[in-house]
Ligand binder design. Sequence first.
Ligand SMILES: [Zn+2]
Length: 290
Amino acid sequence: MNRLDPPITFDDAAALDTLASNVRLGSYPALAAHLIAIKAGYSQYVGVHGNVLTITPVVLPKALGKSLISHYASPPQDLTNIGELREESAVGTCPMCGSLHTWSLDHVLPKETHPAFAIFTPNLVPACHCNTKRGTALVGPNPGERILHPYFDDVLAERNLAARFDDLGRAPRITIRVLRHHTDPAYPAVSFHLEKVVLPAGARRYMIKRWARLVRQPSAIAANLSRRPQTLGELTDTLERERDRADDSRESKNNWDSLFLTGLLDAHVIGWLFDRLVDPLRNDDAPLRI
Ligand SMILES: [Zn+2]
């Protein structure tokens, strides 16, 4: 999960005009009759800051919708935005789920259900395979439950999630929790996004692997753990610094490494970890004795 600056250099409305007059495309001539409706949809989408609960659907004939989806799959010359976004999106933390890589574009409003937005730049965000895992999930049954939008939701720039470790040992019970109070106005959306995007993408599996790595070689998680901490305060500083470094290098407070490290800072976890790091029967940076 991450807040991204939206791409602002592409004129989507002008591109629609050009597409509508291109006789070689499958969208000709139907697109011309729906230009006003689609452009109004584009404006409304931006006007409500990409809040999928309040975006008004644009109804199109099925055939025209299919044509727009095919324009996304094989962009005509005028849709330079799609190729550029695909190239730019190939690096970095996934803004949708927080995994440590991206490789494609995701439609925030799924193209299958909202074809009018299939080629609309603000609807296209970099993503990893969470794109396919999410499917067409968009809104939930309870108030405020919705997918968050990386170009519009400022809440994504804040720390929203952390791993939660219980039954500590070689294979603890691991969940991911929302750091906001349930009365926070953003809670329903963050919680829904966690359930529908972050967890299906495999965040929990990633935490399980990192925990196993921590037990095997603590310095693989934070270089300073190659020697035993003197105090609980020193261990806290080490993990906080490592978490801040992960925030900076991944350019996100909700990347999966930061979720993991934030979870280690929970009082019951860091206390457990400290006791095992300072175990007198354990050599520096040897596996934890559990
Ligand atoms: Zn992802």
